[in-house]
Structures are given as C-alpha cells and as structure tokens.
Write a protein that binds this ligand. Structure first.
Ligand code: ZN
Length: 199
C-alpha cells in the first residue's frame, strides 16, 4: 500500500501539474473516442499499450475479456457498453485478448476450478470458443482460443441493442486485437476471417 501512496504523491507532484490543462478540460468534458474491452490481467494496460491520455478510452476489463451476449435485464457490463455507445457515442470498440491469459489457459488446458466457482461459472461464457479450438494442441491451443475468444466477444457485442443500432447506422466500428506480453506487439484479427470486424 505504501507503494500506491507514494505513487499518488508523485502523480500530484509531477504528473498532474504537467497535464493540468488536460485535466481542467476533462473536468467538464467526457468524450472518449473508443470503448476498450480488455482482460483484467494486470499486465495488459490499455492506456499504456495505446499511448492514450486520460479521457480517450472508456474501459471495461473482465476476466478473459469476456462480454456476455445481451440478455434483457442487463448487468454492469451491458450498462457500461450501452453508456459508451449510446450516451458517449464512441466511434470504435476494441476487444483485446492477450498472450498468457490465465482465463484462456485454464479453459484450454482444462484446469480444475472447483475452488473458484465464480470463475468457473464466468468462463462458461467461452464454452463455444473452446469447442471451436479443441483441434489445436499445446501452446497453440491457448493462442487459438485467445483469438477465437476475441472474435466471439465481437459477435456477442453485436447482440447488445445499442451496438446493433450503431452498427446498422455505421456509426461504430469493431476491432479485435491480441496483445503479446513478451514482445509488446498488437496483432489485429483479420477482418476477412471475422465478418463482425471493421475492414
Ligand atoms: Zn487474461
């Protein structure tokens, strides 16, 4: 915790003054251009990867960057998606998976999750992606599942009425990414192979 407190001190002393103008502007304006949906994994930091400033990304992070398909009634994720698309009017939505994803590895390798029932239940959202990648083996299987999972979340996103409407109007574009922790590269999923993606 001391590490965090020292970070806050340094932010207020060095970082905030350098961006005082930006924060003054942001104090009355919230107009992010992109909804970024990533994994909760501590190693995947959206603003760092994309080198964006505060105010640019509206971020949702979940275990395994999973976005359940729309169901009436809604939840926190559905509400955040709707707010970003309908109220804030983001122009782009990125779903970003990553290498060495604990959630995707647990699924691909069939880890015993009886001690983490909430995780086990949440990962059921990736059942179809897992089923589509059973033919791959070893490390390839995790990578294949990460990519397939990103593509599946883009399809799920389109079931949310706010996203469906924006897609029909051509006011939002979907993008699928895979971030590699070891070398820092961002792979963009091929639009030809995944019709949900923006070309
Ligand atoms: Zn992950």
């Amino acid at each position: 915790m001391r590490h965090l407190a020292e970070g806050v001190d340094r932010f207020q002393r060095e970082v905030f003054p350098a961006k005082a103008g930006l924060f003054a502007h942001l104090s009355t304006t919230h107009q992010p251009h992109t909804l970024f949906i990533g994994c909760s994994d501590a190693r995947v930091v959206p603003e760092l990867i994309t080198q964006t400033d505060p105010g640019e990304l509206f971020v949702i992070r979940t275990a395994g960057n999973l976005v359940p398909a729309y169901t009436p009634g809604g939840d926190g994720i559905a509400a955040s998606i709707e707010y970003a698309v309908t109220v804030l009017g983001v122009a782009d939505i990125v779903v970003c998976g990553h290498s060495a994803c604990g959630a995707m590895t647990a699924l691909a390798e069939g880890h015993d999750l009886t001690g983490a029932p909430a995780v086990a239940g949440w990962l059921r959202n990736a059942d179809a992606s897992r089923a589509r990648t059973t033919a791959a083996a070893g490390e390839d299987r995790v990578s294949a599942l990460v990519r397939e999972n990103v593509a599946a979340q883009l399809v799920n996103l389109a079931t949310h009425p706010s996203v469906a409407r924006a897609l029909a109007e051509g006011s939002v574009r979907l993008h699928g990414w895979r971030f590699d922790i070891a070398d820092g590269t961002v792979e963009r999923l091929d639009a030809a192979a995944h019709p949900a993606l923006a070309a």
